[in-house]
Design a protein around this ligand. Structure first.
Ligand SMILES: Cc1cc2nc3c(=O)[nH]c(=O)nc-3n(C[C@H](O)[C@H](O)[C@H](O)COP(=O)(O)OP(=O)(O)OC[C@H]3O[C@@H](n4cnc5c(N)ncnc54)[C@H](O)[C@@H]3O)c2cc1C
Length: 669
């Protein structure tokens, strides 16, 4: 049957984007298992794949190579591994294997020739259109339709966080033929650091294919890529040490990302499967991926055979941590790279190092390995990593931990410590996040505009002050309503949930849980607000009604968490409930300072593209103004200062809520 690439009624069974190592290995496994028979296949690949553009090496046991079905691809292998001038050891039961890129491509092309395959020599650039049972893959000149897509386009890394690094493993190598037979063909040189480091971590890698031919490659781990100009004199000097004349047969160059930052993952549904480097198969600290890709090809093949979704093994957190530490050291102190690797291979048998790099060691073995390494470098790096992890914890971790600590301090009568911290928090981030409204409004470029801004700002506050004076009940309801709106808006923005009635519900629920779980205290505070009628209604509510209301708010919160699949909502509900064991003002303070103000602060810093310290300085005049206003009214009203505090807070808040609404409507996180 003739396949029409443009016919959505006849989608391809499989579309392979890229015909590199990962997709070739998968195609070979599918073919071996008869899973390509009768299937329609599209291959989108701009390159002819007719050059030996890379060599793939890996270490494994003979059994492993048989089980991975890659034996027919292997062109060389070595029993001994040498670390230049440091160690030369047999790596039994492992061997070091070599596969030529061209052999993988040619074997794949030969099996493709007997299957129903259409090639598209072009790049795939756009995101696919996800239809109910198939994908629409738009190319430059045509559109393909496919049920299952294996995507091996290059990976995209997210910007590294503070404890992550992005480096390159770059190399330039020469395949040479010596005038005399000189090489020992049983030994490959994995790392020889006896070359200039040039402020990077640089070593030579030697693969002797015969007694007179070898690939000799200079490799760099670093933030800058190695160039041919830099590599050539170093390589020539290295080869000259052999004391034999040579001819250059081929050259190899390449760059492998060494990144501990996360990959950008786009979810196009279960039948769109990322492959190879795009599926994070490259171990970031070594650049090796072949073994992992060969294993993954079997996983994918089995899934297709059994008509199930493939289950990939999760990457071990422990090894991700080690990789992160090593990359950070290589990034910030590249001069340590040589010392670390040389010490490692001097003190630990090579087989064990290879098992460690292959993520096959146990925790106790890893502790022994680390105990042999320069301790100060790793301990400093680990301490920094842990601190930075803490730093990058979600903002929510702070109020949660603060609640737990305050509960503990309450038990040992040291609650004043929490009051002190919250007081400082209120004066710094609490007041300050509201003292930046002049920056979120239209740009203010002269004194006249600043005066206009202040007058408008104060006008809103004074209007609410007048409402408090004449209609205190209405003012209280307004205060609760716009606070709920504003709290919900900030939280939903932070959690990247849709703003609207749900964010309003969430703000109301959070506020009501704080207030109604401290009902008696709430009444006492409201009693301090002059002329409130509302207090009488509240006072008469029975305990049962209060309980019912509390349960209603909690259930409402859980419902919102379920609807939005939000663990943040559940997390907040949990600590707010724990807060019911603390005084009302402390509970409110924990939410207001530890969650709301910190969220707001982060948003302002991002939206205004300013560092925290600069923002703080810019907020200072208005924060001091706000603090003085509060102080003035508190001193003036010695008896019911809590009530007065709330009235002033509400008046200062209303213009802030307006400003932030305007700011949030434009902010994209
Ligand atoms: C020079 C080099 C040497 C390496 N040596 C080793 C080694 O010895 N051992 C080891 O374990 N690992 C090694 N690696 C790492 C890893 O094994 C390879 O990067 C491996 O090729 C990754 O396989 P892949 O299929 O994900 O990507 P690739 O093999 O790079 O294949 C991706 C394919 O997709 C095509 N493509 C790209 N963009 C598009 C697009 N938009 N649309 C369609 N097609 C596209 C490319 O032309 C390419 O053919 C090496 C990497 C390099 C670069």
């Amino acid at each position: 049957m003739k396949i029409s690439a443009k016919n959505p009624a006849l989608p391809f069974d499989f579309i392979f984007i890229g015909l590199g190592a990962a997709n070739c290995l998968l195609l070979l496994r599918l073919h071996d298992n008869g899973l390509l028979t009768g299937k329609t296949i599209a291959i989108v690949e701009p390159d002819s794949k007719s050059a030996n553009d890379r060599t793939f090496c890996f270490w494994a046991t003979e059994d492993d190579v048989t089980n991975l079905h890659v034996k027919p691809l292997v062109s060389n292998s070595w029993d001994f591994v040498e670390i230049g001038g440091i160690a030369k050891q047999q790596i039994n039961p492992l061997r070091y294997f070599h596969v030529k890129g061209i052999d993988i491509y040619n074997q794949t092309k030969s099996i493709l020739s007997v299957n129903n395959v259409t090639f598209f020599n072009t790049l795939f650039k756009e995101n696919p259109e996800v239809k109910s049972t198939y994908y629409e893959v738009r190319l430059a000149n045509e559109t393909l339709y496919g049920y299952k897509v294996f995507d091996s386009r290059p990976p995209i890394f997210l910007p590294p966080k503070k404890n992550q690094s992005h480096l390159y493993q770059s190399f330039y190598g020469l395949k040479i033929k010596l005038a005399t037979k000189t090489f020992d063909t049983s030994v490959m040189v994995m790392m020889d650091f006896n070359v200039p480091q040039n402020n990077f971590t640089q070593f030579v890698y030697v693969l002797p294919f015969s007694e007179d031919t070898a690939l000799i490659e200079l490799t760099r781990f670093g933030t800058e890529k190695l160039t041919q100009q830099e590599a050539t004199p170093i390589l020539n000097e290295y080869i000259d040490r052999l004391g034999v004349s040579f001819d250059i047969l081929e050259e190899e160059r390449g760059v492998i990302p060494m990144s501990s930052s996360a990959l950008k993952s786009e979810d196009f549904g279960t039948n769109w499967i990322n492959m190879g480097a795009r599926a994070n198969m490259i171990k970031c600290s070594t650049g090796y991926a072949f073994h992992a890709m060969a294993e993954d090809a079997i996983t994918q093949m089995e899934a297709i055979k059994n008509n199930v979704f493939p289950k990939r093994k999760m990457k071990g957190q422990r090894f991700a941590f080690y990789d992160r530490l090593l990359l950070k050291i290589l990034d910030e102190s590249p001069e340590y790279g040589k010392v670390i690797f040389e010490t490692l291979f001097k003190k630990v048998p090579i087989v064990k190092v290879l098992r460690f790099l292959g993520e096959k060691t146990s925790l106790s073995e890893e502790i022994i390995i680390f105990s042999k390494l320069p301790k100060r470098i790793f301990i400093t790096s680990a301490a920094k990593d842990i601190l930075q992890q803490f730093y990058t914890l979600p903002v929510l971790a702070l109020p949660f931990l603060f609640t737990i600590i305050t509960l503990f301090l309450t038990l040992v009568n040291l609650q004043y410590i929490s009051w002190g911290i919250l007081g400082l928090g209120f004066l710094s981030v609490g007041l300050s996040h509201g003292a930046l409204d002049h920056l979120t409004a239209k740009p203010i470029i002269n004194k006249k505009q600043l005066l206009g801004f202040i007058i408008r700002y104060l006008f809103k506050a004074i209007v609410l002050g007048l409402v408090w004076l004449f209609y205190p009940d209405l003012a209280l309801l307004l205060f609760i309503a716009y606070s709920a709106w504003h709290f919900g808006q900030a939280d939903f923005k932070e959690w990247q949930l849709k703003q609207g009635w749900q964010s309003l519900c969430w703000g109301t629920i959070a506020l009501m849980i704080i207030l109604f779980s401290h009902f008696e205290e709430l009444n006492l505070i409201l009693l301090q607000i002059p002329n409130l009628e509302f207090v009488n209604t509240l006072k008469n509510l029975s305990d049962n009604i209060i309980w019912a209301l509390n349960i209603l708010f909690i259930v409402g919160g859980i419902l919102l968490a379920v609807i939005n699949k939000s663990k943040h909502i559940l997390f907040t509900l949990t600590y707010l409930l724990l807060c019911s064991m603390l005084p009302l003002l402390l509970s409110f303070g924990i939410y207001f300072v530890g969650q709301h103000s910190l969220h707001g602060w982060r948003h302002l810093s991002l939206g205004l593209n300013e560092s925290s310290s600069r923002l703080w300085l810019k907020s200072l005049p208005f924060s001091i103004g706000g603090a003085l206003v509060i102080l003035y009214f508190l001193l003036l009203s010695s008896s019911n200062y809590v009530g007065i505090f709330f009235i002033i807070l509400s008046c200062l808040s209303i213009p802030h809520v307006f400003s932030m609404h305007h700011f949030y409507s434009k902010l994209k996180l």
